[in-house]
Design a binder for this molecule. Sequence first.
Ligand SMILES: *Cc1c(COP(=O)(O)O)cnc(C)c1O
Length: 390
Amino acid sequence: MAAKLETTLVHGGEPEPRIRGAVALPIFQSSTYLSGAAEEGHYHDIRYVRLSNSPNHEVLHRKLALLEGGEAALVTSSGMAAIATSLLTILSSGDHILLQRGVYGGTHAFALRELKDFGVAVDFIDAGDPSSWERSLRPTTRAIYVEAMTNPLLQVADLDAVVAFARAHRLVSLIDSTFASPVNFRPIERGFDLCLHSATKYMNGHNDLGAGAVIGSTSLIKKIKERLDHLGGVLDPHACFLLHRGLKTLALRVRHQNESALRIARFLSEQPSVARVHYAGLESHKDHARARKLFAGFGGVLSFEPRGGEAAALRLLDRLKIPLRAPSLGGVETLITLPAKTSHAGLSPREREELGITDGLIRLSVGIEATEDLLEDFRQALDADAEKRA
Ligand SMILES: *Cc1c(COP(=O)(O)O)cnc(C)c1O
């Protein structure tokens, strides 16, 4: 019988029997291991810290594969290490990839600068319009890459159509599922070949480490692992331990974040001083129906625009007492940013306008504080602004 997610988070992939009886897996802070006869001769199997095969790595790999319903998994030193290493494994010089327009800034820059330097051609597609994709296909197209939800407008592509399109044209389908987490969405079970995560976000969930993960078939993960062995973006055993600890509470955290973000999104959408709220859990979001079909919850991130543009947004940020003004998302602390000044600062004002990212747009990553306290904080911050204007 397959265990439910909550049980897998705690017990899945743990060593049987527990090592020296330890309930929590100890940190194997050793760069190298005594060689055994069975391992000799296979470089990738030698126990050595860069080869991602300490007991801390192995337990995480088993747990993540179980969580996402994949055959195998690999942890990396950051989300970008997972993304870059996977793309550099799937693609070779002369190949072509289709990338969703509006992907994470680091991925966008990696595709345009690094992949292009390696001789890989990149085309951006409107992931919400499957009928437009075929036009961008080339005989050299090898892969299609999308995200579960885009940042910061939380758009949801037609993910089932992405899988069908990849199968019809023999492409490798990759999805960055960071914003969903396996609590809300399991892309491998939906037919994706590779599922990527910035484990820096929900998976670890405590804003205290950087990590990444990739989940997929045994054969694909083996190839990616061998490239990681050479590129060196390996996760340190101590960071493995922290990620492992963070994962155990993933379901509790994300369910709370789902609920809290939905209540805050509803509250904000009822305020006359708020012009727009973007959250796929709201009926008013253009991708709400699709998100409902695909996801068990809509996540902890939302964005909104107060009336009065950037000046009003900055006043609101100053008046809020609980949210910390910092980038990143998915952790226990509620964080707040202006995407035009952080994640999308590298774009021109015109490019931002085309994506719908105005100067006054605020992104909120809801943490695990009491929802009532956050609502009260927004209430006082918006009221103070209304009084000032009255
Ligand atoms: C943060 C993030 C990344 C990059 O992850 P790092 O751990 O910062 O390298 C990739 N994709 C998404 C959707 C992210 O939010």
